[in-house]
Unconditional design. Structure first.
Length: 304
């Protein structure tokens, strides 16, 4: 692997679920970070979640030494996208999973970020090749896919835009390692990368089981948790990620689908239309906080 460059300043664009977590992890790891969101309320909520929930959760794992005060001192709220990326060495985009939105963001990043800055998308379904045309110098562009919750799913996927340089890959890899993340390289371009390609098949079939009336979300999750001996299952994970995010991902797959099974889930569409988005809204497939799947007796069906 070629030697990477040094990252001294990080910018995160988008202060939603993943943006706030990525910015927090980088700040806990000692990087100066500027966080920006075009929606002021979303930016304020992201900063509040970072202070109240995310940074304490990261520190509680003990994986990275430090204090909440130090981390918050490293986390700056930027007044504009231009200010956020002005002297950045690495810019990570974490806006909504919509291609037109991302194209607009990367056109601005190409205009305002330093020419040496690595530009990364945290997209969980869109390959960076789709935004390469908006970027001057696509050799500095790649996918850096983080996972929520970032203090539990300590992994990072890197994928080329088709023109990503070895130096960009090496720098991104070293950055991921400095965050104490297991960093995996996606060989070539894969829709859904590695984990989400597999997870998407699980999510699609779980939703079909519910759409067809075969079972309810709770029984699907109970069976999954018992069979795989895990604390989380498909519908609980969808609530955690955000049902709007899942719906956007399903829409991107459907846009290029050849399989009739790729038609987006009516149940998922209904919940999003009702603004029942999971943890972020307080209701999705479950009610939050303290969802029923996390309570004693759930696996036996005692709390229905």
């Amino acid at each position: 692997m070629v030697n990477g460059r040094t990252i001294n300043q990080v910018a995160v664009i988008g202060a939603g679920t993943m943006g706030a977590q990525i910015a927090s992890l980088a700040a806990v790891s000692g990087y100066p970070v500027r966080l920006f969101d075009a929606i002021p309320d979303a930016l304020a909520r992201g900063r509040e979640r970072a202070e109240r929930e995310i940074i304490p959760a990261i520190l509680q794992t003990g994986r990275i030494p430090g204090t909440a005060i130090d981390a918050l001192n490293h986390l700056e709220i930027a007044p504009s996208l231009e200010a956020a990326v002005a002297d950045a060495d690495l810019v990570i985009e974490a806006v909504r999973e919509n291609l037109d939105t991302k194209l607009g963001v990367f056109a601005e990043l190409s205009r305002f970020a330093p020419r040496h800055a690595i530009l990364a998308t945290n997209s969980s379904s869109l390959p960076s090749s789709l935004v390469a045309g908006a970027v001057e110098g696509p050799e500095r562009l790649l996918n850096m896919h983080f996972f929520a919750p970032i203090w539990v799913r300590t992994m990072l996927e890197l994928m080329t835009c088709g023109e990503t340089s070895d130096e960009t890959f090496s720098t991104a890899h070293r950055f991921g390692q400095s965050l104490r993340l297991m960093t995996a390289f996606v060989r070539g371009e894969s829709k859904g990368f590695i984990i989400n390609r597999i997870w998407r098949a699980v999510r699609r079939e779980s939703l079909r089981v519910v759409d067809e009336g075969v079972a309810g979300p709770e029984d699907v999750d109970r069976l999954w948790m018992l069979f795989f001996q895990t604390k989380h299952a498909p519908f609980g994970v969808m609530d955690m990620v955000g049902l709007d995010v899942s719906a956007d991902i399903e829409a991107t797959y459907h846009a290029v689908a050849t399989d009739p099974a790729d038609v987006p889930s009516p149940t998922l569409k209904r919940l999003v239309a009702e603004v029942n988005l999971g943890e972020k809204s307080g209701r999705g497939f479950y009610t939050h906080p303290n969802p029923v799947y996390a309570r004693p007796g759930f696996l036996l069906g005692d709390n229905e």
